[in-house]
Write a protein that binds this ligand. Structure first.
Ligand SMILES: [Zn+2]
Ligand SMILES: [Zn+2]
Length: 272
């Protein structure tokens, strides 16, 4: 009842002395209020006082979460923190585990920032050699992973892959032809259980060593075919040592005869 007046009257002593009878017992409550206020002030001072809270007085604290009493250094925010480092870290890890997709999204968004794209491009340009070497090594060690990813890519982009390879085949007819011929030869050699084998590159090298011409007629215009000196059907091997480059018509003419054109020095004079 008298409390509303207490604060103002204590602030101004003159008003207190001149107030009329309703405040007969004004003196006593005012004193009490003063004491309460000063106590409050003292408490609040105690709370914020540097001395009281200095680590000279507080060495150990009890964690609010795990309930363990630990040294101040075990709390991230020194004497103010209520949770120990272990608890804070555990909570952060738990949160991260529960929001994996969200963090992945953050990472993606960060990676697509313009300056990061630029930095990545620069790094890739400066470390081209290393990167390609690393990729090759990795692919050699992870064959089945590469195959799986290639298959997945094909299934995902089927139409585009087909269109692209069609386009490539149209642009590189001679490569397609030689690859087809090579596959055909390999299948035939396998069927006849022939020994040895050779690659398209090896055959190309052989042709170049003979000046890219047919060893029988000396033709340089036509497409050269890999002829088996000793035919596969007669037990010839499918290795490069049994191969001579011939044009299509000479190859057909030779058929299954055993004619070695490679030893002749002047292929043009040779005829049969
Ligand atoms: Zn804790
Ligand atoms: Zn020829």
């Amino acid at each position: 009842m008298s409390s509303p007046t207490t604060s103002s009257s204590s602030a101004d002593p003159e008003t207190r002395t001149t107030v009329p009878p309703p405040e007969v017992g004004a003196d006593k409550p005012a004193e009490e209020a003063d004491a309460a206020a000063s106590a409050k002030r003292w408490i609040s001072m105690k709370k914020t006082s540097r001395t009281y809270h200095s680590s000279r007085y507080i060495r150990y604290k009890t964690c609010k979460w795990c309930g363990l009493t630990k040294e101040l250094s075990e709390f991230y925010d020194g004497r103010w923190g209520k949770k120990c480092k272990v608890c804070v870290r555990a909570r952060a890890q738990k949160y991260r585990r529960e929001h994996l997709e969200q963090y992945a999204q953050y990472a993606k968004a960060r990676a697509n920032l313009p300056h990061r794209i630029e930095a990545r491009r620069k790094y890739q340009e400066e470390h081209k050699q290393e990167i390609s070497e690393y990729k090759r090594r990795w692919a050699a060690e992870n064959g089945e992973k590469v195959a799986a990813s290639k298959l997945a890519y094909y299934e995902r982009e089927r139409e585009e892959v087909i269109a692209r390879s069609k386009n490539w085949a149209e642009c590189n007819p001679e490569k397609v032809r030689s690859a087809k011929a090579n596959n055909h030869r390999k299948r035939r050699a396998a069927r006849l259980a022939s020994r040895g084998n050779f690659t398209v590159a090896e055959f190309k090298e052989l042709c170049e060593s003979y000046g890219n011409k047919c060893l029988a007629c000396g033709d340089t215009e036509g497409v050269l075919e890999a002829d088996h000196v000793v035919p596969l059907t007669k037990g010839g091997s499918d290795s490069i040592s049994n191969i001579q480059p011939l044009c299509g018509s000479c190859n057909r003419k030779k058929f299954v005869h055993i004619i070695d054109y490679r030893s002749s020095t002047d292929v043009l004079s040779e005829s049969y």
